[in-house]
Design a binder for this molecule. Structure first.
Ligand code: B12
Length: 208
């Protein structure tokens, strides 16, 4: 069965096979939202479960995420037709002074896999850029930090959102290796998640 093959190939990180499977399924007239939900998203949910259980590590998760994205790229033009409801808009970036982006990219990929519209602001993102994103109508702002030296820029960004009068328009979630639940609370963020799969779960809750 085609959807099961796509599902398994995402978990195995076989990007070319995922693309071939998605192309074949579309050619057979299968609905884009069925391919998205029953194969791609279902597979990433399973990848997230395996990661949380300690059966998958970051490399497997990244390779699976790339395979999922390869399939997603083919589906995107058809999804607009199928009118798949976006789960919400999220802007995500690595804070000012910090160039680490592997974890941030992983979170962005998992969110896309879960049906969110993701605006990737990149790395070394100034507070003003997050403010612009908040003004553009995103519902969630995600900030990533890997360096303890520049971590305080998360708090500066939250202050900038307040000063610009848009703090209550968005939910703010923070993450990155040195970031903790306690730190998130102290700087006035709405949420924290320790990894990409739980980030998706927490953000689903934030926008529901
Ligand atoms: C790869 C790496 C680099 C690469 C980055 C490549 C890239 N494109 O990202 C390079 C080589 C460029 C680099 C540079 C530097 N690095 Co570096 N780097 C790392 C390393 C080894 C791995 C980071 C990583 O990608 N982990 C894998 C990802 C998947 O995990 P993650 O980022 O934690 O993300 C997960 C979660 O945290 C969470 N998450 C992440 N972001 C977000 C966001 C949200 C909203 C949510 C909810 C969740 C979430 O989900 C992710 C997936 O599960 C770490 C060591 C480590 N073990 O962390 C050091 C480390 C972060 N680096 C460090 C340092 C010091 C540097 C440099 C200053 C080195 C130097 N002297 O030049 C520079 C800084 C450059 C800069 N200005 O940013 C230190 C930081 C120490 C500290 N206390 O601050 C570390 C800890 C190494 C060490 N032990 O000393 N680095």
């Amino acid at each position: 069965m085609k959807l099961e093959e796509i599902y398994q190939n995402v978990i195995d990180g076989q990007a070319p096979a995922v693309q071939a499977g998605v192309a074949a399924a579309l050619a057979e007239g299968m609905k884009a939202d069925a391919i998205l939900n029953q194969a791609l998203i279902a597979a990433m949910d399973e990848v997230g479960r395996r990661f949380e259980a300690g059966d998958f590590f970051v490399p497997e998760m990244l390779i699976a995420a790339r395979a999922m994205q390869a399939g997603l790229a083919l589906l995107k033009p058809h999804l607009a037709d199928a009118e798949v409801k976006s789960a919400g808009k999220v802007a995500i970036g690595t804070i000012k002074g910090d160039l680490h982006d592997i974890g941030k990219n992983l979170v962005a990929m998992m969110l896309e896999g879960a049906g969110f519209e993701v605006k990737d602001l990149g790395v070394d993102v100034a507070p003003e850029t997050f403010v612009q994103a908040a003004k553009s109508g995103v519902r969630v702002i995600g900030m990533s930090a890997l360096l303890t030296t520049t971590m305080p820029n998360m708090q500066r960004t939250i202050e900038a959102l307040s000063n610009a009068g848009v703090r209550d328009k968005v939910k703010v979630i923070v993450g990155g290796a040195p970031v903790t639940e306690d730190y998130a609370k102290r700087i006035g963020a709405d949420a924290f998640a320790p990894d990409a799969s739980s980030a998706t779960r927490v953000i689903r809750k934030l926008v529901s």
